[in-house]
Design a protein around this ligand. Structure first.
Ligand code: DX5
Ligand code: ZN
Length: 227
């Protein structure tokens, strides 16, 4: 946990864009490519207009890998399912501020379970909602597309948002990851890491890359994160 200068960026491929009958293969590809985390997109068909996977699938993935499982909960009433995702073996649970009536309580529920807590903001959600987010939060996720689907285009306005959040993180001296999610590839990794992102989710760009090891090395080479 750090936001110290010159830390290497974390690459977190999202399995949303894979063939779900071949999840083990997808996780093996992430490991072999030298990526850092597995990003798992959980959608409930209410908070976002798509329905994906739940705790049993996270448990199956947990049995196949030792990689850090970064679970992005795009669901309403996350408190009801947090214990199941904890039991399934998630390492980090990220909840949306837009989906939590009692965000402070939800964060406590996650951290008391011994799992890292993250907080996510949709593209149109202003940064000021973070002002009273507990210091126990270990990651802030800025959505750089509207959540629900892989393969969308990066919303360019988000670069300024990343920059402002990085300034705030540095100003408050918080030890928190700045994750971005949606439309990230070798074409814009430099822009977003220069702005201050240090955890990069890549779904379609990773899984469409013919040589995934090379893709991860390129992402690291092109990133210019300097804290
Ligand atoms: C979108 C998901 C993302 C998505 C990213 O709701 O949260 O994690 O899978 O996919 P790409 O990289 O294709 O935009
Ligand atoms: Zn995601």
């Amino acid at each position: 946990m750090t936001n110290a200068t010159n830390d290497k960026i974390i690459i977190a491929p999202s399995i949303l864009s894979v063939d779900f009958t071949r999840l083990k293969e997808a996780v093996d590809l992430i490991e072999d490519a030298g990526a850092d985390w597995v990003h798992i997109d959980v959608m409930d068909g209410h908070f976002v207009p798509n329905l994906t996977i739940g705790p049993p699938v996270v448990k199956s993935i947990r049995e196949e890998t030792k990689l850090f499982l970064d679970v992005h909960l795009m669901i309403e009433k996350p408190d009801l399912l947090i214990p199941d995702f904890v039991a399934a073996g998630a390492d980090m649970l990220t909840v949306h501020v837009e989906a939590c009536t009692h965000l402070n309580r939800t964060i406590q529920l996650i951290t008391k379970s011994g799992v890292k807590a993250g907080v996510a903001l949709n593209p149109a959600t202003p940064l000021y909602v973070l002002e009273y987010v507990p210091e126990t939060v270990e990651m802030i996720l800025l959505m750089t597309v509207n959540p629900g689907f892989g393969g969308q285009s990066y919303i360019t306005q988000m670069t300024e948002k990343i920059r402002k959040l990085r300034e705030w993180i540095n100003w408050t001296n918080r030890k928190v990851y700045l994750q971005i999610d949606g439309g990230i590839s070798t074409a814009n990794i430099k822009e977003v890491t220069t702005a201050g992102a240090n955890v990069i989710v890549a779904g379609s760009a990773f899984f469409n890359a013919p040589d995934k090891h090379r893709f991860v090395s390129e992402m690291r080479r092109l990133s210019d994160y300097c804290g």
